[in-house]
Structure formats: C-alpha cells, structure tokens
Design a protein around this ligand. Sequence first.
Ligand SMILES: Cc1ncc(COP(=O)(O)O)c(C=O)c1O
Length: 433
Amino acid sequence: MSLSHAAYRRALRVMPGGNTRTSNFEKPHPTYLVCGSGAYVTDVDGRRYLDFQNNFTTLIHGYGHPSVVDAIRRQAGLGLSFAGPTVAEIELAELLVERVSYFEQIRFTNTGSEAVMIAIKAARAYTGRDLIAKCDGAYHGNYDVVEANVTTPPLAGTERPTPKGEHSGVARSALSDCLIIPFNDIERTRKIIESAADRLAAIVVDPLPSRIGLIAISADYLTFLRNFTLRNSSLLIFDQVLSFRLGYGGAPVAKPNFPDLCAIGKIIGGGLPIGAVAGRTDIMAVFDPARADRACVIHSGTFTANPLSMAAGLAAMTALPRSEFDRLNVLGAQARSLIAEAFASVGIKGTVTGEGSLFRLFVGPEQVASYADTFAAAHDPRLRSIVARMRERKVLLSSIGLGALSTPMTGTDIAYLAETLEEALRSLKSEPT
Ligand SMILES: Cc1ncc(COP(=O)(O)O)c(C=O)c1O
C-alpha cells in the first residue's frame, strides 16, 4: 500500500470521508503532499511533480521563495498574532491600493469566501437592499447566497430561473435573495434583472470565472452590467479571488467599467490564508466603526489581518513587479499554444481556454465559449483520465484540467507540460475503447 493510501485510511478514522476540504477529495484516495521547492512538489511516497496546481492557483511563486520564507521567519520571531493591529497590515494595504486604481480603501479577511461575504454585506448595508445576482456556474466560495447554481445544469430558456442550492445545508431563505444570470448573455441577463432592479443590491461577477470555463467576460457584457448597476443604484462587485493574478493591477479593466467593490485573495497572502475586499471609500465607510450616523457592518475575526499572512503577502507581492507578471503571462500564452498543438498533433479533439498565467484544458470540444459548453465537456470521462495520466508522468493539474503557472517556471517546464500532455493523449488514443 502506498503511503498516500495509508494516510487516507488513517484520516478516515478521524474525519468524515477522510476529508477536511471538499476541493481535495479524490477517489480512490488523494495524494498526500509533504514538501515543495520552486516549481516542484513531493508526495509522501517520494514522488516529485511539476506542479501546475499551486494550491488552486495561490502559489504564484511556487514553493520556498526566499523573500517570502524570510518574511515569515522574521514575523514568527516577532509574534504570530496579536489582539491589536500591526503596521504589517498597513504596508500590504498600501501596496494594493497603490497598484489598483479603483482600490481606494481595503479591508482584510482570512479567505476569499469571507471576502465575497463581506463585499455582499457591504453592498446590502450601502444600498439597503438584499437581492444579489450571480452568474450561472460561477464559483464564489462557501457562503449561502453565492452557493446557488455552481455545478447545476446550465440555464435554459428565457424564464426567470429559480436558484438551486445544490449543496446541502444552504438555506432556502438565502436562495430567495439570489438571482441567477447567464454569463456573457446580455439579453437574457437583462430580462432576468430588469424586473427586480429596485431590489438588487449587487451583481457579483468574476472577470475570468474558472468553473464557467476560464472564459473572459466580454467587454460588452461588462459594460452592460456596469451601466445597469449605475442606472439602478446597485453595486458591481468583481470577484477576483482567482483572477487577480492576471496582472499587476489584477484583471485588466478600463475605467468606465471599474467595479464598486472587489473581492481578492489567494496570491496576495504569499501562500498563507488571506482575502480582502477593496473599493470606493464611500462604500467602504460602511465598515467604519467610528461612524456616527448608523451602525457599521461588523467584520471582526480572531485571525483577520494576522501579521504572518500580511508579511508573507507583502513579500510575495513585492516580488511581483510588472515585468514579472509580463514574463509569466508570456509563458502562459506559450503553454496555451503548445497545449493546442498537442491536441492537433495527436488528433484527439480538445481545446484550451484561459488568460495570463492560467489555462484550462478540455477533451472533446473544439471550442468552449459558454457555461453550457463547459458543462457538457466536464462530463467527458477522458478529461479525468488525461489528468490522471499526466500525474503518473509527474505533472499535476487540478481535476477539472485547470493549471496555474508559477514564477520559478521557465520555457523548459512549459515544454515538459506539453510533451506530457501529448504522451497522455497518445496513451489514451492507443487504448481500446
Ligand atoms: C473566484 C473565487 N472566489 C472565491 C473563492 C473562495 O476563496 P477561498 O477558497 O480562499 O475561500 C475562490 C476559491 O477558489 C475562487 O476561485
């Protein structure tokens, strides 16, 4: 029995399903990881992998970046957490506010889910309304109102859809405060939100939603959402928890379409737990405990803005000047083009989506342009088989075929990714069906 298998059996005794994080559940058992260095990670059985998972896109510097490790060591010597605020939180806040023109003020959280949650609370406090619109198939973390329609079949027809809480434990009452809209489909979205415009607190949208298919928001759809929210005194919230890694200032967006609030996370913590909500000063004022006019939105948390995450985040983000995002994004483009070539050279139909340093591969369709395309392709068992075959060849991708580059990677790693995919595709093709 492998040591990963043994670890899983041990976990089964003390954790439901042997699992404490739904996203890494795997049959017959997950691979238990033990250490990493640069772009590589090693499992408990001593196998070393080129890692494109990077903790679900978080580890933009891979493992053991010297200045991140030094910052954590330094802060650990000073203190792990305190009841009072620290200067470390101001430093990371200053860096982020300086980089993104629509970040006027910021507030930290412990996770991306929490960032989305408090952005929604801020929108409700600011507008005095409850209703939230989110896109069909989009993932925004674990918070009741955004847990609707994440993996359900795509919306069909023009009727106003009933939000589906496919995950157990989501309150029906929370779903009644939710509207589901089809990503990048202006006319159907208009029909759904128009009748509820005066109750709509906010529209939450990810500019590059991974579960929808890692397809970018179209300029027209974004402009439509921005104009609609402005006209109806609702807020536009960007969820860039994942897509903030697209550039120095996050996902590219032009001025007239700046969001009111933005939830971020993942890369800004240097590998430690983090999230943040940032945006317009007049909206962020809902959190101000000193405000005299009415009660503020309560947002506390024992570990919020803990100095370890702040110090690691500051070191990681400082090591990401514009030139480093540019280099990584060029490598990302190279990865997408070599992946497409691998499909073509083996003669198996498939495609790749993504932007910047992110890619998602699909086996089956030749184009993925909507959640409906993604949903159909995600059920093709060949994708799982390719991900497993790549893992056997020591390359890690997420189970949905999502990959994220890290700064220690070079063109050689990208070429290896493509060679491995090609081998995996050839072995799949040679098998009797
Ligand atoms: C777009 C998006 N929003 C929110 C979240 C939730 O972030 P966290 O896992 O840090 O709670 C994620 C996590 O993958 C995400 O991709």
